[in-house]
Design a protein around this ligand. Structure first.
Ligand code: KG4
Ligand code: ZN
Length: 355
């Protein structure tokens, strides 16, 4: 089964063609980062308009790159379309959903609306060594921080989540305080490499009490106060202090995530951890989790960097599993800005790992 995947939930237009027999055939991404850079965050209306501009040329190109035919009698034609139906920015979701539904109607193929976080969660399945169910997933993106027990596709139990900011959002806000570009995660990570981890110690929120929830807003205030204490005439701390703050911030977030992951694995008795979403691209987080899991005879899995952040491949893969299981939507365009993941329909058969 050959699926066209479309992702437009936020500020990246992602498209991909995934084939259940042959694996990922092609994928393309257009990032709107430059459009939103001067505002320090995503402007929803600008995001929607830019998706409108980019989506059709990208789809034409990905169909050509994957040598997919539009003729249903060809063996290499598209058999179905998967699009991100939520959660996300409603206008941005509407663009991908409208295009997906219109193409599905025109081509006479089914379409399915995919949950964005399920896409992230399943992205490591596109790698050569995919994780096996059941596992614990740490979902860390710009909008979500969740620990999920995953029994199979669509069988999710939320073990804990952030009561305020998401981990990625905390990175982005801390970066703004240090006058770094958006998105802030990769910028903080780069600056932290020059930092001295011993100079400042930032709090590890909610680790001193039981439970698997997270809170990152206090860490944000702590960062703001530390920046203010070391401010110079130009309004920012000196270069070394900036790097030391970035390092202390990253250490605190990573340490907090590692503590909670260890706890979730102990609680569930599982030894497999999957990390997904933009923050799972963080090198220090990956290293610390790998070390923590090695100690208990477990293993951590994640997607290649380009599939940690938003992309079309993860949507094509997740949608393909649902369409293979016979699920498909009616003709309505689905755009669900808030959509709890534990309300998804389970998929009976297990995922087929990508080739
Ligand atoms: O999954 P994603 O692309 O979009 C959402 O669904 O939100 O995640 C984007 C988030 C941003 O907050 C960005 O700063 C963060 O992921 N991020 C990182 C890194 N790369 C991206 N955070 C920390 N370290 C990184 N290397
Ligand atoms: Zn995402």
């Amino acid at each position: 089964m050959r699926i066209l995947g479309i992702e437009t939930s936020c500020d990246e237009t992602g498209v991909a063609v995934y084939d259940s027999e042959r694996g990922l055939l092609a994928h393309l991404l257009y990032s709107q980062v430059k459009v939103h850079a001067e505002y320090g965050g995503v402007v929803p209306e600008l995001a929607s308009r830019d998706h409108v501009r980019r989506i059709l040329p990208l789809i034409r190109q990905v169909l050509a790159d994957s040598a997919s035919s539009r003729d249903r009698s060809d063996s290499n034609s598209i058999d179905g379309i998967a699009y991100t139906a939520g959660p996300g920015l409603v206008g941005a979701l509407m663009v991908g959903g409208s295009v997906a539904r219109a193409l599905a109607y025109a081509w006479g193929v089914p379409a399915v609306g995919v949950h964005h976080m399920e896409g992230h969660l399943l992205a490591p399945m596109l790698e050569d060594n995919p994780p096996a169910f059941p596992f614990v997933a740490l979902l860390v993106s710009g909008g979500h921080t969740q620990l999920v027990k995953v029994e199979g596709i669509g069988r999710y139990r939320i073990l804990g989540e952030s009561v305020d900011d998401a981990a990625g959002e905390a990175f982005d806000k801390a970066a703004k305080m240090l006058d770094l570009d958006y998105p802030g995660g990769p910028e903080i990570a780069r600056l932290a490499e020059q930092g001295d981890a011993a100079r400042f110690r930032f709090p590890r929120p909610m680790t001193d009490r039981p439970g698997l929830d997270f809170s990152f807003s206090g860490l944000k205030t702590f960062t703001l106060n530390t920046v203010a204490e070391h401010r110079q005439a130009d309004g920012l701390p000196d270069d070394q202090t900036m790097a030391d703050i970035a390092c202390a911030f990253q250490e605190a977030v990573v340490d907090t995530l590692v503590i909670k992951c260890r706890r979730a694995l102990e609680q569930t008795g599982l030894k497999t951890l999957v990390i997904a979403g933009g923050v799972s691209a963080n090198r220090v987080l990956r290293q610390r989790l790998a070390a923590a899991l090695e100690k208990v005879g477990g293993e951590v899995f994640y997607a290649r960097n380009e599939f940690c952040t938003d992309n079309g491949a993860m949507i094509a893969y997740a949608g393909c599993q649902r369409l293979l299981a016979g699920q498909q939507d009616d003709l309505a365009i689905r755009a669900i800005p808030r959509w709890p993941m534990d309300t998804l329909e389970p998929v009976r058969q297990e995922a087929t790992p990508a080739q």
